[in-house]
Design a protein around this ligand. Sequence first.
Ligand code: ATP
Ligand code: LTN
Length: 328
Amino acid sequence: MKRMLSGIKPTGQLHLGNYIGALSKFVEYQDEYEVIAFIANLHTITVYQEPKELQKNLKDCVALYLACGLDPNKTTIFLQTDVMEHAQLGFILCCNTYMGELNRMTQYKDKIAKDEKNISCGIFTYPTLMSADILIYDADFVPVGEDQKQHVELCRDVAIRFNNKFGNTFKVPEPLIPKVGARIMSLSDPTKKMSKSDETNKGCVYLLDNLKTARKKIMSAVTDSIGIVQYDPENQPGISNLMQIMSSLSDKSFEEITKEYEGKGYGDFKKDVANVVCDTLEKIQADYNEIINSNKIQEALDIGTKKAKEMASKKLNEVQIKVGIEIK
Ligand code: ATP
Ligand code: LTN
């Protein structure tokens, strides 16, 4: 069985973009692949997080993994910090990655371009930790949204270099970008991706938003004056984004959606998108409410951590011997 691995940062509340671009895909894959879905809590602190809030988000994140349909008996779920081998391999890989490569990472470059102050060293080196997260499990595929493709490509380069230098050690993984839903855009500014760090809060539907709020956000989504429901991200980014959301959650193709709303206004379309979104949230929230105060969270983490540790410690041991930092 091929192995698939991905991580989500518990930076804030998970949103519809995370669900469509990542979580729902993990759920789909868990029967066909061996899925490893971890919580990237070390990556989270590359930007300061209020500790109490982070702890709440961590727990919510595991609960939402389960509420979205991940089955801990099929999918390996754990916190990155519970498997310390990630950080150790991260440092070893950092020593095998060039400054020039990290300088080219878009996420880092964006921060420099925005002239953000006090950018941490963690932000700069985090693609090497991400490489360790992936390579330590010999993952075949890494399902991520479009924004993470560059980091998976770096991971491939690092793996190939390491294999050439020290002998075949790591499997070279492939990114897996969904055809639809890889980049869900903000509802209030459809030229930007839907993000946890949305300042206005209007562009992002959180999985735990109450249904009235979620409906309102969809109904107020920015559209255009063209008046036709069709997929044209360049000229109709708002409508195209709503079509992506509808298509991902209902399995209708863009052609089917366009046909269905021919001659109808955007209001009807938005109402139906809101219905589909609210149906999805309602189901997730019902499961979340049942899970959040139960021992299902700890049980899932116990099973996942044990499995992950076993795999990770074996690989780290092999790497350390190859690099020469361990006595054989
Ligand atoms: P954010 O910008 O919301 O803080 P992120 O991409 O920085 O999110 P994560 O929460 O770790 O960080 O992302 C988890 C997964 O969700 C990744 O695979 C990412 O590519 C995907 N993802 C995040 N935002 C979107 C989006 N708007 N559309 C599709 N996929 C997304
Ligand atoms: N960097 C990713 C989260 C992440 C990840 C990973 C994704 C950390 N480690 C390993 C896939 C595989 C992000 O910011 N979304």
